[in-house]
Design a protein around this ligand. Sequence first.
Ligand code: ZN
Length: 307
Amino acid sequence: MDIFFLGTGAGMPAKLRNVTAIALKLLEERGAVWLFDAGEATQHQILHTSIKPRRIEKIFITHLHGDHIYGLPGLLSSRSFQGGDTEVTVYGPKGIKEFIHVSLSLSQTYLKYPLSVIEISEGIIFEDDQFSVEARLLDHGIPSYGYRVVEKDRPGTLLADKLIEAGVQPGPIFKKIKNGEAITLDDGSIIEPHHFLGPEQKGRIVTILGDTRFCENAILLAKNADLLVHEATFSKGEEKLASDYFHSTTHQAAEIAREAGCKQLCLTHISSRYDRNDWKELVDEAKEIFPNTDISEDFKEINIPLN
Ligand code: ZN
């Protein structure tokens, strides 16, 4: 599981930072990539990476500001040209359906794969046996969502050799034990599953937030996250400016990470008023409050290790 930053700037494209798009690479977990926002030229950024558009399974849009969605129609269209034939689901605030429909229909774009677009409200917006995704509203002037991706715990691997030693023959019974069922053998002895399973694999939590001021829902979404991706459009001391434009400062992002008990914080959505020489300072500001902080850059990847 890795986070790959395709675009990390604020408002409009700049030479060093394109507008927002973040890929959550779940290649080992489900052979898929989930995208969070698709600012203009997201598909151009993808061309410089190993990401295959046909692998994109889900796209989560945080909010409808142009720097987060103008790349969506082009990306969806090219995915079709490139032979993508599996379904894509787009999640986003009310209005995302109309935006996609109008863009694709006026340009007479026909996709060769099924596309479903879900206008979300707060709560669990997706769940299967591997992952759940929760959405909550942030504070950004227009509806802006944050997403909490929770990987489910996986039961430990079955210790087959140990079972055979204990006199259990391979077969459907193995599956029962793997599922945590206690088994009574013909001789009356009882097989307790926890003796025959390796350690449970704890799931990971990744929280990716849309643009926002400091708010309570950000803390709730980021609770105990392995990685929090939080905007830091402005440096510390610019709280007034950040508040006026419904954004956050480095300090505010770090405070959220600290309050929520996150393991790691990565700052993104960095204003172009800060150039390369300023980035270290931005990180250092956040580190005053939350030491394990990093700053995103276009094409930077962060691995989220197993616990
Ligand atoms: Zn915005």
